[in-house]
Design a protein around this ligand. Structure first.
Ligand SMILES: C[S@@+](CC[C@H](N)C(=O)[O-])C[C@H]1O[C@@H](n2cnc3c(N)ncnc32)[C@H](O)[C@@H]1O
Length: 282
């Protein structure tokens, strides 16, 4: 075995007789500055399934079928126009499937980790997640509340999220080591089983659009407002209906109502299904 290379000599500590080494230049940070928001929280250890799993399954399968047809038509010397159309749409569908799966498995976690860090929570708040599903956002919230409570409510629809259930959400709270500050409820966000002004913040991710009628979606918005404390924050991420939600919030005298796009990490297939964030203060 070759001998170990010599260890690097540690720098000599300054003595009263030796000149002090010039310290390396570091950017100055005022001690009063708040810590910068964490762009990514630790990767989730729970199992969070796939949002509306039939959608990527259908897109992916259709893409594969069209790809096969296109390749066969080309190889068999068939119509070039048909082959090009099949290949074009197959690539489009496969790219959309990839974007969808990225968002549901990774992108949404990153975006929500950043959004939540930007809220500068104290750590003792009560936060409600409407349509929490298996807890992708709820557990991120719970990590930020060492002395608070992350409350989730859901009907546990398995067509809206694969493997969705109260038990799956509870298991994730245990896996993420936040179970003692997570509270789970089975219920409908159109009729919340909570008192007025119970929460410091209400969040909801990709859940409200699942309610079929517009009147009922607005009922869910009204309920979110009702359970918020004065000064409390509301954050709703969704890929449709956001202008409607914002209009309702303004109608109900919520303050600082804004709508913004959350970028490609939160595209369910492409820019045509980009998720937008509606935020407001009560
Ligand atoms: C696409 S999943 C998103 C889950 C979770 N927010 C996330 O980001 O992983 C939509 C969720 O909304 C829930 N949901 C749909 N309608 C609901 C209602 N009226 N009340 C409560 N939850 C509802 C579904 O059961 C499902 O868990």
């Amino acid at each position: 075995m070759p001998p170990d290379p010599p260890l690097p000599t540690p720098p000599r500590s300054p003595t009263p007789h030796s000149p002090l080494p010039t310290p390396p230049k570091v950017p100055s940070i005022a001690l009063t500055d708040p810590p910068p928001p964490t762009p990514h929280s630790p990767p989730p250890t729970g199992r969070y399934g796939v949002d509306a799993p039939n959608v990527p399954a259908f897109m992916g399968l259709s893409g594969l079928v069209l790809l096969t047809v296109g390749v066969f038509v080309l190889a068999g010397g068939g119509s070039l126009a048909v082959a090009i159309i099949c290949l074009y749409w197959s690539l489009w569908l496969l790219a959309s499937t990839a974007s969808y799966l990225y968002t549901t498995r990774a992108g949404k976690f990153r975006v929500w980790a950043r959004l939540l860090a930007e809220q500068h929570l104290r750590g003792d708040e009560r936060v409600l997640d409407l349509g929490c599903g298996r807890g992708a956002v709820l557990m991120l919230v719970a990590r930020l509340l060492p002395k608070g409570r992350a409350v989730g409510i859901d009907l546990w629809s398995t067509s809206d999220q694969s493997g969705n259930s109260l038990e799956a959400a509870r298991r994730n709270a245990e896996l993420e080591e936040v179970a003692e500050r997570v509270e789970l409820h089975t219920g409908d966000m159109r009729q919340l089983p909570f008192q007025d002004a119970e929460f410091d913040m209400v969040v909801s991710s990709l859940a409200i659009h699942n309610i079929r009628s517009r009147a009922d979606r607005l009922k869910a918005i009204d309920e979110a407002i009702r359970v918020l404390k004065p000064g409390g924050r509301l954050l709703i991420a969704d890929f449709r209906g956001t202008s409607d939600y914002a209009a309702r919030l303004r109608e109900k005298n919520m303050r600082e109502v804004t709508v913004k796009s959350l970028g490609p990490r939160f595209w369910y297939g492409g820019p045509w299904t980009a998720t937008r964030l509606v935020s407001a203060t009560r």
